[in-house]
Design a protein around this ligand. Structure first.
Ligand SMILES: NC(=O)c1ccc[n+]([C@@H]2O[C@H](COP(=O)([O-])OP(=O)(O)OC[C@H]3O[C@@H](n4cnc5c(N)ncnc54)[C@H](OP(=O)(O)O)[C@@H]3O)[C@@H](O)[C@H]2O)c1
Length: 358
């Protein structure tokens, strides 16, 4: 079969003929139907987002049709359309460990261990391919998906699931005033969609790319675009102005920003008892005064990946029409020219994304 492989972070991504994956204990083989190519995929392939277990077929997330399951697998059945999360956990309750397959990412403190090495060795698998062998615990059956009119749009489900994890952890309530920093990115755009579906009263969608922000604002009058000035005080004032007061919830979905200023601008407008969830890729230290966190009784939470239950709930929201994926601009591509696809993906943001339909 055809697949995009990565031999090392010096080698670059390549289209190759590789052996068809065969089903084995604990796993299922899927014919991949649609897989999102995140905008930062090229950066990731050269090691710009942390280590990757190589050589590997690259790629995380996506939906596929289940072709074969091992005798001990019951999470999915042959013929199902299923979501691949690529998110594998040891399941050891005492000291859990988690990894991403076909991608970069080790959970917790990010330190490899014997367990994470073994998981990434045994399941050296990615979804930028015609077929993929995946561990059963990373698959979520999507009953009814076969009737969805445009399967390429469902390639965004994994990103929506990650965003939904953050929205759940924020405990957003209907009517809440929400600020999403990095709303102009794909994860931020997904977060805005989820917050709308959950009944947010007003959303300050903060970013730099005006076209992305205007696209979000056109979806619903509850979304107020805020173009970042690149200055903490001015940004905090603009967010408060857009919300008509302080925020109940802040969700940060920024990419690797050079400073923590925009994240802190959102922190500055959180109300007493407000909640801030960190979801993005900022690698800066946050200058949070102990006294302020304490007196404002702020809840500060991290959000990495999401449960299979969350993924299923996202699908149910799509099926019910609460999450309207017609808002997405989908560019569909094939496997033939990985370099051109990564270039195309780099130019996408917000609610526009590249869907690989292998
Ligand atoms: N927590 C999780 O489970 C999880 C899962 C997947 C990904 N992530 C992380 O989430 C981050 C966001 O992902 P993404 O796909 O949306 O794409 P991304 O391209 O990495 O970044 C999102 C947005 O961040 C904005 N940004 C970057 N630097 C900025 C700055 N200095 N000031 C203002 N805005 C800035 C950009 O906005 P403009 O376009 O407006 O310039 C960009 O669109 C990634 O870094 C990724 O590592 C987290």
């Amino acid at each position: 079969m055809k697949a995009w492989t990565l031999d090392s972070t010096d080698a670059g991504i390549r289209l190759e003929e590789v052996r068809e994956p065969l089903v084995r204990d604990g796993g299922a083989v899927l014919r991949m139907l649609a897989v999102q190519v995140p905008s930062y995929t090229r950066v990731l392939t050269v090691g710009g987002r942390g280590g990757i277990a190589t050589p590997t077929v690259l790629g995380i997330g996506g939906i596929g049709r289940v072709e074969a399951v091992a005798d001990d697998v019951h999470t999915v059945r042959p013929g199902d359309i299923a979501l691949c999360t690529g998110f594998l956990a040891t399941g050891r309750i005492a000291d859990p460990e988690e990894v991403l397959l076909g991608w970069t990412g080790i959970g917790g403190r990010g330190t490899p261990s014997a367990a994470t090495d073994a998981m990434r060795r045994v399941w050296r698998t990615g979804t930028f391919a015609e077929r993929a062998l995946m561990p059963a615990s990373t698959l979520v059956a999507l009953p009814g998906a076969e009737r969805y009119p445009d399967l390429a749009r469902l390639a965004f489900l994994p990103w929506l699931t990650v965003a939904a994890g953050a929205v759940e952890r924020s405990a957003l309530s209907p009517g809440d005033r929400v600020v999403v920093t990095g709303a102009s990115g794909q994860l931020g755009g997904a977060t805005v969609l989820l917050a709308l579906a959950r009944g947010a009263g007003r959303i300050a969608a903060v970013g730099r790319n005006s076209a992305s922000l205007e696209h979000l604002a056109a979806l619903d009058p509850r979304v107020r675009p805020v173009r970042s000035f690149g200055d903490r005080t001015a940004d905090a004032a603009a967010i408060a102005d857009a919300l008509g007061g302080d925020a109940d919830v802040a969700i940060d979905a920024l990419g690797p920003a050079p400073t923590a200023d925009l994240t802190m601008a959102a922190f500055d407008v959180l109300r007493l008892d407000g909640t801030m969830v960190l979801l993005g890729g900022v690698r800066q230290t946050l200058p949070i005064p102990y006294d302020e966190l304490m007196h404002r009784r702020i809840t500060l939470r991290g959000s990495w990946m999401a449960s299979n239950e969350t993924a299923y709930s996202v699908w149910r929201q799509v099926e019910a029409g609460l999450l309207d994926l017609t808002a997405l601009e989908v560019i569909t591509v094939g496997l033939d020219d990985p370099d051109a696809v990564l270039t195309l993906a780099e130019a996408t943001n917000g609610l526009s994304f590249v869907a690989l339909t292998p």
